[in-house]
Design a protein around this ligand. Structure first.
Ligand code: BTN
Length: 250
């Protein structure tokens, strides 16, 4: 365990999952905001929609940060996702990497490859959020990935040299603190505008999508105020989709 200027960092050689460990610690002691759990290896790393998250031992950033966004209303929870996505994207960009973007809702891509995944687990108290465990898996120095991983890339592959993991951690925390402040200060519109700027394929080109009714062509128009993906059909109509209600087909 170590203290940084902002909060306590709980570091482990191995864990099942940093998100699970954060919840476990929260049951036994009051945890201050911006506390961090990090590890070198996860035996049961968790991803979105029940998927796993694989990461080679010691190579990548595997961390969970605790937030207490208790002024954020439940229906505005996508703001947390936007703030975290922007922070991770900015941290990656700060190493001189181009083509960094956010694939809705919160995958961080370098061009067409995924460099980071984010898993945010909220607890709710009445109409507002109580706490949010923000899990971040960022591929930093891994050079080979298992074949079934979805189009992964690491920062080192992109740059052609390894990077100091601690430096990456510091930059993620710096940007996360800044973007989270913006959210708490009510800059939702600014966050959404920045998120739109970074959105993967929000280029007014037609792409192929699939929903319950079948395949169709549309362009990515942005996100609405509850975080749904908004697509524009060739005739100008808009459709909004929640997570897993639509798939990108290429
Ligand atoms: C995804 O893209 O599916 C989200 C992946 C999130 C992985 C990170 S690794 C650190 C934290 N602990 C977990 O078990 N998951 C998140």
């Amino acid at each position: 365990m170590s203290e940084s200027a902002e909060a306590t960092v709980y570091e482990y050689k191995e864990l099942s999952s940093t998100n699970s460990q954060m919840r476990h610690l929260m049951k036994s002691e009051p945890m201050e905001e911006l506390s961090v759990v990090m590890t070198h290896y996860q035996t049961a790393g968790r991803g979105q929609a029940g998927n796993g998250w694989e990461s080679e031992r010691g190579m990548n950033l595997l961390m969970s940060v605790l937030l207490h966004p208790c002024t954020i209303e439940v229906h505005k929870q996508f703001g947390v996702s936007q703030a975290v996505s922007l922070a991770v994207a900015e941290a990656v960009r700060s190493f001189g990497i181009n083509g960094v973007c956010v694939k809705w809702p919160n995958d961080i891509y370098i061009d067409d490859k995924k460099v980071a995944g984010i898993l945010i687990e909220h607890s709710i108290m009445g109409a507002t959020l109580a706490d949010s465990v923000v899990g971040i898996g960022l591929n930093v120095n891994q050079l080979r990935f298992v074949s079934n991983a979805p189009n992964p890339v690491s920062m080192a592959q992109q740059l052609g040299h390894p990077i100091d993991l601690f430096e990456v951690f510091e930059r993620v925390m710096t940007h996360l603190t800044q973007q989270y402040e913006r959210l708490l200060n009510g800059d939702e519109h600014g966050l959404t505008a920045d998120y739109h700027q970074l959105m993967w394929r929000a280029d007014s080109q037609l792409h192929r999508f699939k929903d319950d009714a079948g395949e169709f062509d549309a362009s990515i128009a942005g996100v609405d105020d509850i975080g749904r993906l908004v697509l524009m059909l060739p005739g100008g109509d808009h459709r909004a989709y929640g997570f897993k209600e639509v798939a990108y087909m290429g």
